[in-house]
Design a protein around this ligand. Structure first.
Ligand SMILES: [Ca+2]
Ligand SMILES: [Ca+2]
Length: 407
């Protein structure tokens, strides 16, 4: 790995037009969020609750969930396609297998043929309603048990399309759990399937019969790190190819069919089967640090990675470039973002754009080296997807250390 040059030569001070640029940029900001070249430190805030469903009442909260999906009954529907990849001796999703009672949702599986399948199964998802990038997921569930049953709690990318399903490119896929009745429900498979098969990662947690009672299954999804939990205990952690795009939740009971990993429904299989979900909660940190190496941080131009500088950089690393016009971009889901970098004598100025609009030109010069400096911040953006872009304008170097996003 390369280190950023440490013996930088002092430069002669240059005449700058930063103030003029700042004034011009400020004029562009009216009504578009509040930007500052030197923001005051953020106060710590509580995690944001994105989903907190106790399944009280008698109907599904349709602002969060779909039972099946709107196309579940149509061969054009992507979930229909997904689940009918399973053989006809398996199940297909049907909304009549989703029932609320007693403060939980019952995802059933019954021997009522549907379409060309022998069984119909309960399926709920947040697709098109609640997707999120990073956060903590928790759900308390009593999984179905019995030969051939294959309950699962999983996530797919928010932009999954029917053709992704047809072409098996609905990736990455995060399996918070998959549990097989054919194995006595004694193994919790926690898996991250990635676009590159060699980036598949995960763990198996072998325990007692998980269908015998309720357990809390969790996933702590952070930039560059994903941890699976069972009853509050971490059972698997990966830092390999961790997804960096919004995803949605799926919970379903199912039978995969005799030729599948899940095996055959047998006469001994208790039907109708039940997967009881007591609650689902998703929280997101108020702010997230996104390192310069994180997935989704995109560099344009001739950037160099500088790790192990020992200056106190976030993550002890930066990216840097010498070419004016080189840029770095990060697209996030939230209401604000900060840009963190180094200030030093051999840095110069950089333009900062948010959603394509020039917000300010920051002066990154400083006689003494200062690391992890928040040189730009914007808040109060409409909740949603935004892109911040920083473009080198002057100086010997532009350095990128990290971004901080706000949910
Ligand atoms: Ca409940
Ligand atoms: Ca860094």
């Amino acid at each position: 790995m390369h280190a950023t040059p440490t013996a930088r030569k002092p430069r002669r001070a240059r005449t700058r037009t930063v103030l003029a640029a700042l004034t011009a940029a400020s004029a562009l900001l009216a009504g578009l969020g509040t930007a500052s070249a030197a923001p005051t430190p953020l106060k710590p805030a509580a995690d944001k609750v994105l989903i907190n469903d106790e399944f009280n009442g008698s109907t599904l909260d349709t602002s969060v969930w779909s039972a099946g999906d709107s196309d579940v009954n149509k061969p054009t529907g992507w979930i229909w396609r997904y689940l009918t990849k399973q053989t006809p001796d398996g199940s297909v999703a049907h909304p009549d297998q989703v029932k609320l009672a007693g403060g939980e949702v019952d995802l059933g599986l019954s021997a009522n043929p549907y379409l060309d399948h022998k069984y119909r199964a309960g399926y709920i998802s947040t697709q098109g309603k609640k997707s999120f990038l990073y956060g903590k997921v928790e759900a308390t569930i009593k999984v179905s048990g019995g030969l051939g049953l294959w309950p699962a709690f999983w996530m797919l990318p928010a932009d999954t399309t029917p053709s992704d399903i047809d072409n098996s490119t609905a990736l990455p896929e995060v399996d918070i759990f998959e549990i097989l009745g054919t194995e006595g429900s004694k193994t919790d498979y926690m898996t991250l399937h990635n676009v590159r098969p060699e980036d598949k990662t995960g763990c198996t947690f072998k325990t007692t019969d998980l269908s015998a009672g309720y357990h809390t299954y969790g996933l702590d999804w952070q930039p560059g790190k994903m941890t699976w939990l069972v009853d509050g205990v971490a059972r698997c952690t990966t830092t390999k190819a961790v997804p960096s795009e919004p995803m949605f939740l799926i919970l379903n009971n199912s039978a995969g069919g005799c030729a599948s990993w899940g095996g055959c429904i047998q006469p001994s299989t208790p039907l109708p089967s039940h997967m009881y979900v007591r609650n689902v909660k998703v929280t997101q940190p108020d702010s997230l640090m996104i390192n310069d190496t994180a997935g989704g941080v995109t560099y344009g131009g001739a950037w160099t990675y500088g790790g192990g500088r020992g200056y106190g950089d976030y993550g002890d690393d930066v990216h840097y470039t010498r070419a004016n016009g080189d840029s770095v971009s990060y697209t996030f889901n939230g209401t604000g973002v900060d840009f963190l970098t180094e200030k030093f004598s051999d840095l110069g100025t950089a333009d900062v754009y948010v959603d394509g609009t020039l917000r300010t030109t920051v002066d990154l010069t400083s006689t003494a080296r200062q690391v992890q400096q928040t040189v730009f911040g914007i808040s109060g953006l409409p909740q949603g997807v935004h892109t911040v872009k920083v473009v080198k304008r002057s100086g010997t170097y532009l350095v990128v250390d990290a971004f901080r996003t706000r949910s």
